[in-house]
Design a protein around this ligand. Structure first.
Ligand SMILES: CC(C)(COP(=O)(O)OP(=O)(O)OC[C@H]1O[C@@H](n2cnc3c(N)ncnc32)[C@H](O)[C@@H]1OP(=O)(O)O)[C@@H](O)C(=O)NCCC(=O)NCCS
Length: 117
């Protein structure tokens, strides 16, 4: 599955519930097409399905006239980071993970972005 949508160019004051911990990075992703989530069931992993979804989304983003895709990933998710890096995504910002009870060894959220030609 893959969930993605365009980020507004300016913050919406009527969405107070937006995750405050990620606010600084969301702010930097304004105006991009945001890739909210991607996942593949383990039994279907490694056969190119997620790669095909990424390819389809890039086509949709171009059709929508957007020129940048963004996503957030924690710094311990090395498989996903490499997956994105091989597809042209680069880290453009990072913010410390505020754990708030979440059991994770991650230290930072990474904002990764890809410009589309
Ligand atoms: C990140 C994630 C979505 C990647 O899924 P995946 O199944 O490994 O992705 P793919 O199979 O499309 O790509 C993996 C590799 O398999 C390769 N591959 C193997 N067989 C293939 C085939 N028959 N056709 C095309 N590609 C194939 C791809 O080329 C790719 O290699 P590359 O990255 O060097 O191009 C998956 O690991 C996942 O669900 N992780 C857990 C959720 C998660 O962490 N999501 C990200 C949160 S930010």
């Amino acid at each position: 599955m893959l969930i993605s949508y365009p980020m507004a160019d300016s913050p919406n004051p009527h969405v107070p519930g937006m995750d405050g911990l990620l606010k600084p990075l969301f702010g930097k992703a304004r105006g991009t097409w945001y890739l909210h989530g991607i996942a593949c069931a383990p039994e279907f992993s490694g056969i190119g399905l997620a790669g095909q979804l990424m390819h389809i989304v890039e086509g949709l983003v171009r059709s929508a006239g957007k020129s940048r895709i963004s996503l957030l990933v924690i710094d311990t998710n090395e498989h996903a980071i490499q997956f994105y890096a091989r597809r042209g995504y680069a880290t453009t910002a990072k913010e410390p993970v505020i754990k708030n009870g979440w059991k994770t060894s991650a230290k930072n959220w990474l904002l990764m972005e890809k410009p589309l030609a």
